[in-house]
Design a protein around this ligand. Structure first.
Ligand code: SF4
Length: 277
C-alpha cells in the first residue's frame, strides 16, 4: 500500500511559536492548554517543567503565566495583570487580529457577528473584545434569527471553512446596507485544507491525526470525508485499526495544526506494520 502525506499538514506557525515561547519559559504555567494536543503538553511538562492550570485563581503575584495560542478573554487578562502575574503572551497573532477588529469596530458602533463556535476558547476570547452587541453563529442558518443593526462587522474563527463563511456573508449582504467583512481565517488552515482536499480525492483510505477537541483537525477530517468515505480521525497510532487498510492501495495522511511530527511518524510506522507495506 502506498502511504503519502498531504503536501501541507501539521504544525502551523502559531503553534510552533507558542511551543518555542513555552520552552523558553521553563517552570512557567500555561493558563489553559497551550495547544490542543495532550501529548505535546505532556512533553512540555516533562522536558521543560511547563505546567498547566485551568484555574485563574491559582495564579499569584510573581508567577509566570503563559497565555495559550487561542488567547483568553480580555477581563481575565486584566485580572492577571492586576495581580502582578508575569504574563507571557503566546496568543497566535492570527487570533490577536480578530480580537483587535472586534474592539475597534465595536468602538465605532458596529454590531459584531462572529462565525465560530461560541464555546471554543478562541471565540470566547475574541467576543470579549467587543464592547456590546456581539453575536456568534455556527452556520448561515443561524443568521436568520438575529436582529442586527444596519452596520455589521464580521469576523470568523481562524479555522473555519471559507465556503461556510461566504454563505454567511452572502446572507448579510442581502439584508444589510453596510457589511464590513474581515477575512480572519488563517493561511495555515487554507494550506492544510487545500492539501487534504487534493489527497482525499485520490486516496482510498485517509487518516487525519489530531486532538479530538482540535477545531482545525475536525475541519480537515470533514474535508477528507467529502473526498474519501474511508476517512478516520485519530489522536495517535494506538487508535489505528487493521481492518481500515484491508484491500486498500493508497493511504493519505493529514494532521491538524497542533499535531507534532513525532506523533505523525509513529502513525506512519504503525500503518506500515498493519498494512504490510
Ligand atoms: S491554525 Fe492559524 S490561527 Fe491557529 S494557531 Fe495556527 S497559525 Fe495561528
Amino acid at each position: 500500500m502506498k502511504i503519502e502525506l498531504a503536501e501541507s499538514y501539521g504544525f502551523c506557525f502559531g503553534v510552533k511559536r507558542a511551543i518555542k515561547i513555552a520552552e523558553e519559559n521553563k517552570n512557567s504555567t500555561t493558563y489553559g492548554p497551550l495547544i490542543h494536543n495532550a501529548n505535546e503538553i505532556e512533553r512540555l511538562k516533562s522536558d521543560f517543567n511547563v505546567a498547566l492550570s485551568e484555574n485563574l485563581e491559582s495564579f499569584k503575584s510573581g508567577d509566570t503565566a503563559v497565555i495559550r495560542t487561542h488567547g483568553i478573554p480580555k477581563e481575565e487578562l486584566a485580572i492577571l495583570h492586576e495581580r502582578k502575574v508575569n504574563v507571557i503572551d503566546a496568543t497566535c497573532p492570527y487570533v490577536t487580529k480578530p480580537q483587535q477588529i472586534c474592539e475597534e469596530m465595536s468602538g465605532q458602533g458596529y454590531d459584531i457577528l462572529i462565525f465560530g463556535d461560541e464555546l471554543h476558547p478562541e471565540i470566547k476570547g475574541v467576543k470579549s473584545y467587543a464592547m456590546e452587541r456581539a453575536y456568534v453563529v455556527n452556520s448561515a442558518d443561524e443568521v436568520d434569527a438575529l436582529v442586527l443593526r444596519e452596520k455589521v462587522a464580521v469576523v470568523a474563527q481562524t479555522t473555519r471553512r471559507i465556503e461556510d463563511y461566504q454563505r454567511i456573508i452572502g446572507k448579510l449582504m442581502i439584508s444589510h446596507k453596510e457589511v464590513r467583512v474581515f477575512n480572519t481565517i488563517c493561511n495555515a488552515t487554507f494550506e492544510n485544507q487545500d492539501a487534504v482536499r487534493k489527497i482525499a480525492k485520490e486516496a482510498d483510505v485517509m487518516i487525519v491525526i489530531g486532538g479530538k477537541n482540535s477545531s482545525n483537525t475536525k475541519q480537515l477530517y470533514s474535508i477528507a470525508l467529502d473526498g474519501c468515505m474511508n476517512s478516520y480521525h485519530i489522536e495517535s497510532d494506538e487508535d489505528l485499526k487493521p481492518e481500515w487498510f484491508e484491500k486498500k492501495n493508497y493511504c493519505g495522511i493529514s494532521a491538524g495544526a497542533s499535531t507534532p511530527d513525532w506523533i505523525i511518524q509513529a502513525v506512519i510506522e504503525r500503518i506500515k506494520v498493519l498494512s504490510n507495506s
